[in-house]
Write a protein that binds this ligand. Structure first.
Ligand code: ADP
Ligand code: ZN
Length: 437
């Protein structure tokens, strides 16, 4: 179901025209009203007069998260604070948070983008949306909330956590749509099973899962256990929150709402813009946001673009599911690998559960990776000898697929910490030691 056919199915020249006009207006506003951006443009010797169309975007400077943090809290504001109606921030666990301040018009755009997102998995006004993304400064909860309201669906704003209550609400209120992180959906499935509740039989139609990377193997697990259509949704606080891009039912990449959020993929080392199909860092420009608009924001997320037409009828560009964040990339004896690539391999092995953790350590100057995976109850009750066979088998598959040497350790069922929001996949003992040393 396409929520805004007027924009989601525009032909390429018409879309480029809309984007070009919006970019021109944006650059004009940023130049006049935001010293942070005016300085950046002056340094790059570019100004509003240089922007004639969307193609000119490449002349504009990039913006990084660190630069945005430097002007915390209000240095990115392009309007008077009086006109801001809501503020969210990034989690800020690794430093000062980045502030996203919304005008009423921005909330409107966000609602629209999220209505498109939820529609792409079939949500209508007849649906009951159990929204298990966290409400608060985190954008997930309210983003989904606004989209569901725009569609006219019923929202249950249960927020994240409180798993027992989630299950009771799913059962009693007959929720048809579930929104949460992919890892939390599996936690719910597991908790349901322990309570003897058949989650797959409750009437859930679709789930909208995002906020963290997940693999196709993870999709198979989730759809198998929850018996629903799974839709990958993407967004980030710095841009607007969720609503930047979403899969359609074709599951061949996420359609970017590019009339609002213009995507580019660059070589992270040189900044050169890469053609379709080439992996690099996603860069996004907000074409319509008023409160805290963003110019060529380097997301640190790795993906590639695809402009080919999609069978769903949308003409918007698709981004491949996020392979990982540059911050989360592991370098194991010189080989670069993302946790989601490891996930893809290990979840394909029989006898393991979709709960894992990666422990990185340094021994004799070399980085070593231990992959801890939960086995299922059947394997657990087996002989130790078989466990070792399974471990060696996973190690061999990881080597065959990714060319990395790992140590795989099967751990007992239900021993890896479950997450109610974003899963923590990596335990880096190297940085822990540095921090304590
Ligand atoms: P942070 O996690 O940095 O505190 P956000 O909550 O804004 O801030 O999270 C945004 C980040 O979450 C994205 O940059 C991306 O790394 C990750 N993310 C969001 N949606 C997805 C998705 N569908 N697939 C993979 N990663 C995602
Ligand atoms: Zn599509």
């Amino acid at each position: 179901m396409i929520w805004s056919p007027d924009y989601e199915t525009l032909d390429a020249p018409a879309l480029a025209r809309v984007q070009g006009e919006r970019l021109g207006r944006l650059v004009d506003v940023l130049y006049r009203r935001v010293p942070f951006y005016r300085k950046k443009m002056e340094k790059a010797a570019v100004g509003p007069q240089d922007i004639q169309g969307i193609g000119d975007i490449q002349r504009l400077p990039f913006t990084t998260k660190d630069e945005m943090r430097d002007v915390y809290p209000y240095g990115l504001l392009a309007v008077d604070l009086r006109d801001i109606v809501e503020i969210h921030t990034s989690s800020g666990t690794t430093g000062k948070p980045v502030v996203d301040a919304y005008t009423a018009a921005d909330i409107d755009i966000w609602s629209e983008a999220m209505a498109r997102t939820l529609s792409s998995g079939g949500t209508t006004r007849h649906d009951i949306v159990q929204n298990a993304y966290g409400y608060g400064l985190f954008t997930g909860g309210l983003g989904v909330h606004y989209g569901a309201r725009r569609i006219g669906a019923t929202v249950i704003p249960i927020s994240g956590g409180n798993t027992k209550r989630q299950l009771a609400v799913l059962r009693d209120f007959k929720s048809t749509i579930l929104t949460c992180t992919p890892s939390y959906s599996l936690f719910l499935a597991e908790a349901a099973q322990e309570d003897g509740l058949d989650l797959g039989g409750l009437g859930l139609k679709a789930g909208f899962f995002g906020a963290e990377p997940w693999s196709e193997s993870m999709r198979t697990e989730i759809e198998g256990k929850l018996k629903l259509l799974s839709i990958d949704i993407y967004g980030l606080t710095e841009i607007i929150g969720p609503g930047v891009a979403m899969e359609c039912e074709c599951h061949e990449g996420m359609h970017v709402n590019e009339d609002h959020f213009f995507p580019e993929v660059i070589d992270p080392a040189t900044g050169a813009v890469l053609p379709d199909g080439q992996k690099g860092e996603l860069v996004i420009t907000t074409l319509t946001k008023d409160g805290t608009p963003v110019l060529r924001y380097r997301t640190r997320d790795i993906t590639y673009l695809d402009h080919r037409p999609c069978a769903c009828g949308r003409t918007t560009v698709r981004m491949h599911r996020v392979l990982g964040r540059t911050d989360d990339m592991l370098i194991i004896r010189g080989v670069n690998v993302f946790p989601s690539q490891i996930e893809e391999v290990i979840l394909g092995v029989e006898g393991v559960e979709p709960h894992y953790q990666l422990v990185v350590d340094r021994r004799e100057q070399l980085d070593e990776l231990e992959v801890q995976v939960e086995m299922n109850d059947a394997v657990f009750s087996d002989e130790i000898r078989n466990l070792e066979q399974v471990e060696r088998k996973i190690e061999a598959e990881l080597y065959a697929a990714l060319n990395i040497h790992t140590r795989v350790r099967l751990v007992e069922p239900r021993t890896i910490a479950r997450s109610e929001g974003k899963a923590r996949r990596i335990i880096d003992k190297r940085t822990l030691e540095e921090a304590h040393g």
